[in-house]
Write a protein that binds this ligand. Structure first.
Ligand code: FAD
Length: 380
């Protein structure tokens, strides 16, 4: 068993770190305060090859894997979680198109994402259906060669920014098999009847767009069906598997940033005529964070490696997401504690980390859903 990254992977890590450290810090605070983002940054990241690295070469991607996606996510997020999310979420849903879409659909939707010329999103959650996607009620009615979609979705990343959204919709709501009632349909956001309302006032990840979207008699061709009819929940589960892992890598990035900020501060800050870092209680904070981060990163890397090698392990991915998201919240909390009162101020990066960390336990499947998945697999 080789725990070292390959030379290519190490180069990716180095390049991602340098890009993020060069481009993010000067803008992070303003994007956070204004809940804004500069699309040029997304474009630049794409030009340098950091976007959609899991997309196959046939569709303009580098054909790498989830492991490389996770490495980039950790590096970007360690510098700024909000900007990282804004850039890397531009491919949300692409993993579903790649796994379930037809050749024509892959050729249509994937290359513009890799090139930074388009943004995608995936719209699963509704006001009455979050953890339990089986209750999604947005309706896709077959009318001749079209689907006519009606309904609304909440909390959708890139909802008001995306060129297209993968929409989980009930296309066969009377089907006796509850797992076959939903289909995944691509909706271009310039279609008549589509509306997006950005949601402002998020606790964290504020550079990333989150919106409520609605579909009023939105007509799309039947050929926009991604995968077979009735396999929408399977496609959504695939998204949650990949995105959960991606979120786990983001969480490792947040935790690492917490440790790095804490070390910097503790070495500089004098208390009782000695550097803060000389006190064992503070040293143990650092040691704990290091232990959690190593454990979390190893979970992410193994789960990603298994996914990339055709051996996806749902419970391992759930464990990575659950452990890392909780660990990110814990590390951000510890980092703020190490900073004392200063950590509570907007001037310090740890305040933003503390706010950004919480979403990791909520989005891409909650910690409770991860535990349900783990337990279901254990007890099977
Ligand atoms: C910033 C952000 C971005 C997001 N981006 C997207 C996106 O791009 N696309 C998208 O579709 N969604 C997105 N979401 C939505 C997210 O996936 C949901 O919020 C999440 O799945 C939880 O659903 P819910 O909010 O409806 O919570 P609920 O399902 O109402 O759950 C509430 C709480 O109860 C717990 N719970 C629920 N059922 C059980 C049970 N059976 N046993 C024990 N506990 C349970 C949950 O874990 C949670 O803690 C985003 C959310 C946020 C905050």
């Amino acid at each position: 068993m080789d725990f070292d990254l390959s030379k290519e992977q190490k180069d990716i890590v180095k390049a991602a770190r340098e890009f993020a450290q060069g481009e993010f810090p000067d803008r992070a605070e303003a994007f956070d305060q204004e809940e804004s983002f500069d699309e040029m940054l997304h474009k630049k990241a794409a030009e340098l090859g950091f976007v959609g690295v899991f997309i196959d070469e046939a569709y303009e991607g580098p054909g790498m894997g989830m492991l490389e996606s996770c490495l980039i996510a950790e590096e970007f997020t360690a510098v700024d979680p909000g900007i990282a999310m804004a850039i890397l979420s531009s491919c949300f849903g692409a993993e579903v198109v790649q796994a379930f879409g037809s050749e024509e659909q892959k050729k249509t939707y994937l290359p513009p994402l890799v090139l930074g010329e388009a943004v995608m999103g995936i719209a699963l959650t509704e006001a009455e259906a979050g953890s339990d996607l089986g209750t999604v009620s947005t309706f896709a009615a077959r009318q001749g060669d079209d689907y006519v979609i009606n309904g609304s979705k909440v909390l959708i990343t890139n909802g008001s920014r995306a060129n297209s959204l993968l929409c989980l919709a009930a296309a066969d709501p009377e089907n006796g098999d509850v797992n076959r009632r939903h289909s995944m349909v691509m909706v271009e956001t310039d279609r008549d009847g589509f509306q997006a309302r950005p949601i402002k006032g998020k606790l964290g990840a504020r550079a990333s767009d989150t919106a409520e979207v609605s579909f009023r008699n939105v007509s799309v061709p039947y050929s926009n069906l991604i995968g077979e009819p009735g396999r929408g929940l399977e496609a959504a589960a695939h998204h949650r598997l990949c995105n959960g892992l991606f979120a786990a890598a983001q969480a490792v990035g947040i935790a690492r940033a917490g440790l790095e900020e804490s070390m910097k501060h503790a070495k500089k800050r004098m208390v009782f005529n000695a550097p803060l870092s000389s006190f064992q209680a503070i040293q143990f904070f650092m040691a704990d964070m290091y232990i959690w981060i190593q454990a979390g990163r190893n979970l992410v890397c193994e789960a990603a490696w298994r996914l990339d090698h055709g051996k996806p392990d749902e419970k391992l991915t759930g464990a990575a997401k659950c452990f890392c998201s909780q660990m990110a919240v814990q590390c951000a909390d510890t980092a703020l504690q190490v900073h004392g009162g200063y950590g509570y101020l907007a001037d310090y990066k740890v305040q933003r980390l503390y706010r950004d960390a919480k979403v990791m336990e909520v989005y891409a499947g909650t910690a409770e859903m991860d535990k349900m998945i783990i337990a279901r697999n254990l007890l099977r």
